[in-house]
Design a protein around this ligand. Structure first.
Ligand SMILES: [Fe+2]
Length: 135
């Protein structure tokens, strides 16, 4: 599977959010490039739980920024974030339980979800924050 390549097209206009997205992408890419990612391994569950933890913190930061400025689509965002965390926590439990079919489906999900979420959902807040002078 090809890693995710961050380009300017991924920029949501708020540098702190871009930096956090880049770090999540790097963490997912590590999972994609991890040679043991297709088998059950401690490495994968460790990488996965680190990624979940960091992503959870990122979602909290993102939602706090939205709350602070009264972003109208915050509920939609929170809902998507919750779904992602639930799904990744389930994946993580499955990996820990030794379901070795999970990793490929997991990587597909992580990669697709993140790319679509940034490009379609997060991108909607770009003009909103831009108009408020937040970058
Ligand atoms: Fe988001």
């Amino acid at each position: 599977m090809e890693p995710i390549v961050w380009t300017e097209g991924f920029s949501v206009g708020v540098s702190e959010m871009d930096n956090q997205h880049k770090k999540i992408i790097a963490m997912i890419n590590t999972l994609i490039k991890e040679p043991k990612a297709t088998t059950n391994s401690i490495t994968v569950s460790d990488l996965l739980s680190d990624m979940i933890q960091y992503t959870q913190e990122h979602f909290q930061n993102e939602e706090a920024l939205m709350a602070e400025h009264g972003y109208p689509l915050k509920d939609q965002q929170s809902e998507q974030h919750r779904t992602f965390i639930k799904k990744t926590v389930d994946f993580c439990s499955a990996v820990e339980a030794g379901v070795d079919i999970v990793p490929q489906a997991m990587l597909d999900y992580l990669k697709n979800w993140l790319v679509h979420h940034i490009l379609e959902q997060d991108m909607k807040y770009k003009p909103f924050f831009l108009a408020r002078g937040i970058s």
